[in-house]
Design a protein. Sequence first.
Length: 261
Amino acid sequence: MKLVFENASDFLSGGIELLFSKAADRRKAKIAMVSIQTSMELLAKFRLVEALGFDKLVDGRPPADLASVRSGACRSITYRRALQALEDVEGISPLDKELFDEAAAISNKLIHFAGDLDLPEIRVTSAHLAVRALDRFASAGWRDAGEFANHGRLLRGAALKILTSFEPYRSEAVDSALDDPETVLRCWECKADALSLRVSETYFCHCCGLSAQSDVAAFADCRFCKAKKGVVYDPLNRSPKGHDGKCLHCDVRQWVSRRSF
């Protein structure tokens, strides 16, 4: 499924770069939206195979060998069926389904009928869609591995920076993080309040996709701006008195003493 992931990367990264370019207009937005929606379908199917095996992707009898797959002789299930199969695997919420269905409907209308797009509106829709798809599909296989990876695995070129600096994307990432029952903190990489401390004892940022083991960073309250759990520090690097830390809210470096833990 490596090629599927790479194709998804090309469609999503290219679509985002086109949609948010200075030269973007309604015509280019149509092309970008179809490209982004194509990546959604590829990512859903990638995650389905990763979680449940290739047979779940095939519509009908599974192919006899890999050559049959590469030749296009077998047919995959529909996007809707792939999402249904992933509901229990990824806990797809009603909001997730609403976003995925909305994007599919827009793309279908553009391809098979006729339609126009409002550029600012479709940028927001695509940003919200990207958050959910990246969290549920693209990063699912490694978000609990803590390998210091991020969404740069999928988003190439300028696409990652474009999204993580777009306020509607960042806000949606915060909402996505709050869907998790775990602790939510400020990410030390992208500064979004979207860093979940998962039950797997790994940090995962719903904005930039940072995944890291929980022992690489700890948090304490800030003595200056009073932000709760706002100061990040390395718990493995300490003196007899404590740790050197930095507040992710007011940017003040400060000493985290043992009694602050």
